[in-house]
Design a protein around this ligand. Structure first.
Ligand SMILES: Cc1cc2nc3c(=O)[nH]c(=O)nc-3n(C[C@H](O)[C@H](O)[C@H](O)COP(=O)(O)OP(=O)(O)OC[C@H]3O[C@@H](n4cnc5c(N)ncnc54)[C@H](O)[C@@H]3O)c2cc1C
Length: 401
């Protein structure tokens, strides 16, 4: 408690800035550092499901997004070829999704953290986590071109993404690992109006999606199994365009559109980590990373920021012991995240749905309540555990007998 900061947060994007903001709003002394200077882009598409928008609303930040010119998305449509399941992704309280450019979203979050009283250092590279025995007690780092400094805090927070330096230093237990499953690529297009729709096209061993974003642009993201990564990477454009041609109606719309940016993207590993230990915690991708196919990363980072703040506040205010509060944080995170993690890893194989699943999709098709639920499950509004529960599947199937 005698350290100059209560928390030092490494990483200032979707996990780090909201966490820094929420801790600072509670009166804690927060230093948040990032090697980037904001606004800053990053390799990521950026569908923000309704529960993510709901978090922004709780934090008083949603207006900043809506007034930035980011179009709302009221409908998700999943085109399987023979039929499409389409519905509304949100709830009465949070009806719509968004797809904000990371240059806009991350800047908005960084500004909110600073306004809440967190000390922000941009262009600041963390080189090492300072350990005293088993305990993390600080960081060493430097501004670009500057001299090295040491900063100390009661808790060091790794919000530094899937290649987390903090996790690398403290070596957390890792579980449920899967190798990269998908090779995703994306680019931005003009002249491709989406009318508030997020469209996903699923074909054997291929999948792609399109969503409207800032500046009247549409982002298209798609890919193939990771087993094709090496052979296809020499001609991403050719393979990408062949993939879009698998959906002829969409391909017609693409013919009238213009690609405005080169392709970006990156396959990612899948893992879950124990998110706490002596003097350190992990939030966002640093603690739990998964394939982007279900676009859950930003919502999960927001959720971690809120729940980790609650847990650490209980610790730092003396109401609960560290292991107890952080153990609850981990259990709650895993209970929420693991069903979606399994669903995501399954989807990312791009294997055709097994026959039972195809029957289920057939039964859902045309029934608006169940299509809404299917869409909400993909958005993370309801859990895959609930949607695929025997009771729910039995109810859906009984309707077509
Ligand atoms: C191709 C792709 C598409 C995706 N699409 C979506 C999507 O549509 N929707 C969605 O919700 N999620 C998507 N994701 C996932 C999403 O990008 C992440 O889940 C999200 O960015 C996690 O936020 P974070 O704050 O935990 O980490 P990051 O966004 O990775 O931020 C980590 C920050 O830490 C900083 N940092 C790291 N190391 C250091 C250091 N040593 N010193 C100083 N700073 C450091 C970095 O500069 C960075 O700013 C996608 C990911 C990929 C790869």
């Amino acid at each position: 408690m005698n350290e100059p900061y209560d928390v030092i947060v490494v990483g200032a994007r979707c996990a780090g800035s909201p966490f820094a903001m929420l801790m600072a709003r509670k009166g804690y002394r927060v230093l948040v550092v990032d090697r980037a200077r904001f606004p800053s882009d990053t390799i990521s598409t950026h569908v923000l499901h309704p529960l993510g928008a709901s978090a922004l609303s709780r934090w008083g930040l949603l207006d900043r997004l809506t007034t930035s010119g980011c179009p709302p998305i009221h409908t998700y449509a999943f085109d399987f070829g023979p039929f499409t399941l389409s519905g509304t992704p949100g709830t009465d309280d949070a009806p719509v999704a968004y797809c904000p450019r990371r240059t806009v979203l991350d800047k908005l979050l960084v500004d909110a953290a600073r306004e809440a009283g967190a000390e922000l250092r941009e262009d600041f590279i963390v080189d090492e986590v300072v350990m005293e025995g088993e305990r993390a007690v600080g960081i060493t780092g430097r501004t670009k071109g500057g001299t090295a400094t040491v900063e100390r805090a009661t808790i060091i927070v790794g919000a530094d993404g899937r290649h987390s330096l903090v996790a690398g230093a403290v070596g957390p237990e890792e579980y449920n690992q899967r190798p990269p499953l998908l090779a995703p690529y994306y680019s931005y297009w003009s002249g491709l109006p989406m009318d508030g729709r997020f469209e996903t096209y699923i074909r054997p061993h291929r999948g792609f999606a399109a969503a409207p974003t800032h500046d009247d642009l549409t982002i298209i993201v798609g890919g193939w199994p990771y087993t094709e990564f090496e052979t296809n990477k020499r001609n991403v454009e050719g393979h990408f365009m062949e993939m879009l041609a698998l959906a002829p109606e969409f391909a017609k719309r693409i013919a009238a559109a213009k690609r405005e940016t080169p392709f970006g993207g990156s396959p990612v590993p899948n893992f879950v980590r124990k998110p706490y230990g002596p003097g350190w915690v992990l939030v966002g991708d640093a603690g739990y990373n998964k394939d982007p196919i279900t676009a859950q990363g930003i919502c999960d980072a927001f959720r971690d920021a809120e729940h980790c703040t609650t847990a650490l506040d209980a610790v730092l205010s003396g109401r609960q012991r560290f292991d107890s509060a952080m153990g609850e944080y981990q259990r709650d995170r895993d209970e929420h995240a693991l069903p979606m993690y399994e669903f995501t890893c399954q989807l990312a194989t791009l294997e055709p749905p097994p026959p039972q699943m195809q029957q289920l999709f057939g039964a859902i098709h045309g029934n608006q309540r169940d299509m809404d639920d299917f869409v909400r499950m993909n958005a993370g509004t309801i859990s895959p555990a609930e949607f695929f529960s025997p009771a729910n599947v039995g109810r859906i199937m009984s309707q077509c007998r």
